[in-house]
Design a protein. Structure first.
Length: 77
């Protein structure tokens, strides 16, 4: 089943303030219901996060946005 609804979570403001957004991202991911996913918007490719969530069974798709940021969408089959 493909996710039909993606919530967008932009971590750029947190990073700009020098905050580590991992716990917030984890909360978004852990709260996902079947048929839903989350798109993380970051100023860089969050490779460690992608590897971690893939190891937990998530699918990830990455897209470089027109503003230079990365949008990485996570979902489960």
């Amino acid at each position: 089943m493909k996710p039909t609804a993606f919530k967008v979570f932009d971590v750029r403001p947190y990073l700009a303030r020098g905050e580590e957004p991992f716990d917030l991202i984890r909360g978004q991911v852990d709260a996902l219901k079947p048929g839903h996913g989350v798109t993380i918007v970051a100023p860089f490719m969050p490779a460690p996060l992608i590897e971690l969530l893939k190891s937990e069974g998530f699918q990830a798709t990455m897209e470089r946005r027109h503003d230079g940021a990365w949008a990485v969408s996570f979902s489960r089959e």
